[in-house]
Design a protein around this ligand. Structure first.
Ligand SMILES: [Fe+2]
Ligand SMILES: [Fe+2]
Length: 370
């Protein structure tokens, strides 16, 4: 699958919509573009197991490839999507010509609410809301509606991180433990709905959402490999606090819409040591949060950062946090990086099995998400 082929599909979509809005429905030009679009969409979506197009701010992303400089037709397409409240479209390979045509006409018309449409092979919605099983209505992203047992967790976590960083408050640790307990309880009661659960959490501070997701993924891994409950709890707390050092990085850097330059990246790379230093001063009742904060960017093969000389194995909780960290980083939308779907994420990560990631833990991680 080449980037260029995907770009052609999106350009075909943009052109078909433009033609459908300018000409009568059965005009030969519209028909011609629709036939071409349908053929391309069918073949690419079948190859990829679904065609995934995202619209973020002024960017279009096809699968995981961003259009660096969208042309005027694509910019118009982005505007149309914004008007409709659509940030993401998934089209499956089984789409019929009739449905493709109806979808293009719907987007071209500029009228009709996305939530009132019924589609067989198309799903669309906000970034975190595009799940299979029908159109996701526009409106607040599901990210702001956490699952029942996790309701309020992101707000609590934000307070925990701030109070620990600014006041070195030990009480934050106890609140962190409560969050981990809720996750463990939720897993027991509702089963391992991990992938769904991590997509439901949302906070405008992306470190908060990320920390909670990583915690969920570490609790799942720790339970999966059969650690006793108290160690699952400890690993969960450590994962929840793994990026606490990020709270000490200037916020402008973290919300920067473009990729970081080398100097900026060097600043971000200080967060493991900064986090560990902070956690050493707070009585967490266990050294594990400090250890994981320090180790979570050191890879299994000892590359990564901070640089360490010892060949001693890292803590198992660090290995689990590292896997969860990369997974959530790839899955989540960042201003400069489109979200990558679960299967695709795992296949990208598979390349790092045994080098970046501890191999047996990585296999376990794939098992729990499959
Ligand atoms: Fe980190
Ligand atoms: Fe992280």
């Amino acid at each position: 699958m080449t980037r260029d082929t995907l770009f052609s599909v999106v350009s075909d979509l943009a052109l078909a919509i433009q033609a459908a809005s300018a000409y009568p429905e059965n005009h030969p030009r519209v028909q011609e573009l629709l036939v071409l679009l349908h053929r391309r969409v069918q073949s690419e979506a079948s190859l990829l197991g679904g065609l995934n197009i995202g619209f973020f701010r002024d960017h279009v992303v096809a699968d995981e490839f961003p259009f660096v400089e969208p042309n005027a037709t694509l910019i118009r397409l982005i505007e149309r999507m914004r008007e409709k409240g659509i940030e993401k479209i998934l089209i499956s390979g089984g789409i019929t010509f009739g449905e493709m045509k109806r979808f293009v006409n719907f987007l071209a018309a500029g009228t009709g609410s996305p939530s009132e449409q019924a589609w067989e092979s198309i799903v669309y919605g906000r970034i975190e809301g595009a799940e299979s099983g029908g159109a996701v209505p526009p409106g607040p992203a599901p990210a702001s509606r956490p699952a029942g047992f996790m309701a309020g967790a992101t707000e609590v976590l934000k307070n925990v991180l701030v109070s620990m960083v600014t006041e070195r408050k030990k009480s934050g640790v106890e609140e962190g433990r409560d969050i981990v307990s809720s996750i463990m309880k939720g897993f027991r009661q509702e089963g391992m709905l991990i992938d769904r659960l991590i997509r439901l959490q949302g906070h405008d501070d992306c470190t908060v959402t990320h920390s909670l997701n990583v915690c969920i993924l570490v609790v799942a891994q720790a339970s999966h490999i059969g650690l006793p409950e108290n160690r699952v709890r400890e690993a969960g707390l450590a994962a929840l606090l793994h990026d606490i050092g990020m709270e000490m990085i200037p916020s402008g850097l973290l919300s920067k819409p473009d990729p970081l330059d080398m100097d900026e990246y060097d600043i971000v790379k200080r967060h493991p040591a900064a986090g560990a230093k902070l956690l050493r001063k707070i009585d967490c009742g266990t050294a594990l949060p400090m250890i994981v904060a320090f180790e979570h960017h050191i890879r299994y093969d000892r590359t990564g950062y901070p640089k360490v000389r010892t060949r001693e194995p890292l803590h198992v909780a660090s290995y689990m946090t590292q896997i969860a960290d990369v997974y959530d980083g790839l899955r989540s939308y960042r201003p400069y990086q489109p979200s990558v779907e679960c299967e695709r994420t795992l296949s990208i990560m598979k390349e790092g099995r045994g080098t970046e990631f501890e191999p047996r833990l990585f296999d376990g991680f794939v098992e729990i998400l499959s």
